[in-house]
Design a protein around this ligand. Sequence first.
Ligand SMILES: Nc1ncnc2c1ncn2[C@@H]1O[C@H](COP(=O)(O)OP(=O)(O)OP(=O)(O)O)[C@@H](O)[C@H]1O
Length: 264
Amino acid sequence: MLTVNNISKTFNPGTITEKIALTNVSLELKAGDFVTVIGGNGAGKSTLMNSIAGTFPVDNGQISIDNNDITKWSEHKRAKYIGRVFQDPMMGTAAGMMIEENLAIASRRGKTLSLRWSAPKSERNKFRELLQSLNLGLEDRLESKVGLLSGGQRQALTLLMATMAQPKLLLLDEHTAALDPKTAQQVLNITNDIVNKRQLTTLMITHNMRDALRCGNRLIMMFNGQIIVDVSGDDKKNLTVNDLLSMFEKASGSEMANDRMLLG
Ligand SMILES: Nc1ncnc2c1ncn2[C@@H]1O[C@H](COP(=O)(O)OP(=O)(O)OP(=O)(O)O)[C@@H](O)[C@H]1O
């Protein structure tokens, strides 16, 4: 499904701020894989995700989705295949627009709505049904402005919007990190529900090791711009946080020094 073949990325090459962020990273995802990504600060997690989404070009290597080489595609073109949710609940939705307008835009994949747009009844019913599945009471607030929603409600809505048109790949970049612990768990449960029900191929960065263990069928750990651990299936199911810590120490030759991860 997704093939990342030997990609590297160095920021500001040849300057004093040069930073090697990814070194020859390869990764193959099968359709329906739900992969959690963990690693310390600056390990290269977001750079890997940004490279796949096309936020910037990679220095070498190829990226393909369903055997289409997308390495040279713009971010905009890749968005047809990729749904994405960021850490910031303010991104991904339009605050000044109503819930139903946001959903209508998502269901049309970015095409603009006419000024006098209003949702046909059938579409409204579909939106109501979708919102009901979140279990946050949003189905009765179709005409509320999104800016009035809580961070958790907004992330759940963003998730719904990012997955509405059945993307080939879903990228979640610490999408629960800015939420309080209870809301974060609620949004994570919704994530699990949507991904599992719809069999979405998903990459999810998290700093919370327990969440990384609880979600998905596969886990990768990054360090110094490389993937140092890759576990799946029963091997992943049986892992504990302590196992992860010792795997990190063994593979990286250093101790885990990321408070956010340890405390998560
Ligand atoms: N746009 C950029 N310009 C310059 N350096 C960058 C840029 N983006 C990332 N980096 C650097 O590349 C390295 C990898 O960063 P990246 O954001 O991928 O790490 P991460 O694993 O997501 O870390 P964190 O958990 O702290 O978000 C870091 O040293 C970072 O400072």
